[in-house]
Ligand binder design. Structure first.
Ligand SMILES: CSC[C@H]1O[C@@H](n2cnc3c(O)ncnc32)[C@H](O)[C@@H]1O
Ligand code: ZN
Length: 441
């Protein structure tokens, strides 16, 4: 039986139906689940542990709905390039050499960054998923992991990749006390044959798993899809049955009005990766239009090679401001909406909206605490404004998943930061000292 804990005298930002802010508020949790949200009670004897929340904002943990945690070893290695050159000339040649060990330590770096900046749940698409799950489980984070499947040639390779993804799903779906779930993920319409995508979708239906993919990220992709298949990526994936599954698509930058209608009709979730899309010069997704049609748009960082960090507070601010700039409408994405995208909509994106994404009784105790006493939060006019426009992620003091502290008062509780940094740098030295792949010489 775990402690019954309560955070008291905090500013609680619930992001529930009524978007309540409770001044001098409290949140209690036991066995990983929230048991109380409201004013700080006078009687605290009921609780085993009373946590001082003075000068703290308490929020639901942030949810990062698209990334590639194993890629952190390549941070800073490939900047200022468009997506296709970036992938083909820089990223894929190195990834081809990655072993489980490289991915394990790259993942370690990523998890530390996310925990330190208040992310409690993330969606990831990569290779070497056993190594990823093997470190996510003890880290205490919540994750939806996908084996990213690329298959445009040899059917034998496609069969092997799908078999590996299915075996990973069988081993890891709903594991680590339910913190790890699995989705099936064709990488993108331009890297998978239609037949392979159909096979993946059929398998997802059979195993009752959601699907995840990159979609309509660049103009190049849309034009290629039209040339190859006579339709744009949205129609292509729709015809292949992808949207009959629970589907989360990353990017959705290049969309027509009709495509937005179709995504809304099919209840497709969208992960908005604003920093990555800007850095790779892919464009700006039509987020206000998607939100207006009721699409659940959440936030993703993509990898720390196209971002170049995993600090979701940067996405939060940029998602709130970039669309004001492109539409000349200051209400295009209001602060409350951006916060909802980073929390409740994120919970939709990982298909767990009943259990995470807000601070409500019965939901998982996935919480973060922010030091509201810092200069950048003064004066205290509006906590939501401060979290969206003034926070920088490094103000997070505590990160809690399922009632367990992964970071407490700035100290990491589950991962050895020094070791992760050492091992990640050792991996990179080892990779770079071997012969470089032909493309990157
Ligand atoms: C096969 S595992 C996933 C695969 O995706 C690559 N990737 C990383 N960022 C992006 C992006 O923005 N668009 C498309 N593909 C991306 C990553 O390098 C892995 O190879
Ligand atoms: Zn991606």
């Amino acid at each position: 039986m775990e402690l019954h804990s309560i955070i008291v005298n905090a500013t609680v930002i619930t992001v529930d139906e009524s978007n309540r802010i409770i001044m001098d508020g409290a949140v209690a949790f036991k066995n990983g689940v929230i048991t109380y949200v409201g004013a700080t009670p006078e009687e605290l004897e009921l609780y085993d542990e009373v946590i001082d929340g003075r000068h703290r904002y308490v929020l639901p943990g942030l949810i990062n709905t698209h990334g590639h945690v194993g890629m952190s070893l390549l941070r800073g290695y490939a900047d200022d390039l468009p997506l296709q050159t970036w992938l083909k000339e820089k990223i894929w040649p190195w990834e081809a050499r990655f072993t489980d060990e490289h991915v394990r330590w790259g993942t370690g770096l990523s998890l530390i960054e996310m925990i330190r900046t208040g992310t409690t749940t993330f969606v990831d698409m990569y290779d070497h998923n056993e190594a990823i799950a093997g470190i996510v489980a003890p880290s205490g984070m919540r994750a939806a992991l996908c084996c990213g499947m690329i298959g445009s040639g040899d059917p034998g390779v496609q069969d092997r990749k799908l078999a590996d993804a299915v075996s990973f799903a069988k081993d890891w779906h709903r594991q680590a006390n339910g913190r790890i779930s699995v989705m099936l993920a064709p990488h993108a319409p331009y890297t998978c044959t239609p037949h392979f995508i159909s096979q993946i979708i059929d398998k997802a239906a059979q195993l009752q798993l959601p699907v995840h993919t990159h979609m309509s990220e660049t103009n190049w992709e849309v034009e290629l899809n039209v040339q190859q298949y006579g339709c744009r990526p949205v129609a292509h994936l729709h015809k292949l049955g992808m949207f009959e599954r629970s589907a989360l698509v990353a990017h959705a930058v290049h969309l027509t009005e009709e495509e937005i209608d179709l995504l809304a009709e099919c209840n497709v979730r969208v992960s908005h990766n604003v920093v990555s899309n800007l850095k790779l010069a892919s464009g700006v997704a039509p987020v206000p239009q998607m939100l207006a049609r009721g699409i659940s748009v959440s936030l993703g960082t993509d990898s720390s090679v196209s971002n170049n960090n995993l600090n979701l507070f940067e996405e939060l601010k940029l998602a709130a401001i970039v669309h004001k700039g492109t539409t000349y409408d200051p209400l295009a994405v209001p602060a409350e909406t951006a916060l909802r995208m980073a929390t409740r909509n994120g919970a939709d994106g990982v298909f767990q909206s009943d259990s995470i994404g807000s601070i409500e009784i019965g939901k998982q105790a996935d919480l973060i605490m922010i030091d509201a006493g810092k200069a950048n939060f003064q004066p205290a006019h509006n906590p939501v404004s401060h979290v969206v426009y003034a926070a920088n992620g490094l103000d997070v003091t505590d990160t809690i998943v399922a009632g367990k502290f992964l970071m407490r008062k700035g100290e990491l509780m589950t991962l050895d930061e020094e070791r992760m940094i050492y091992e990640a740098n050792r991996m990179v030295r080892q990779l770079m000292n071997e012969d470089r792949p032909a493309h990157s010489k």
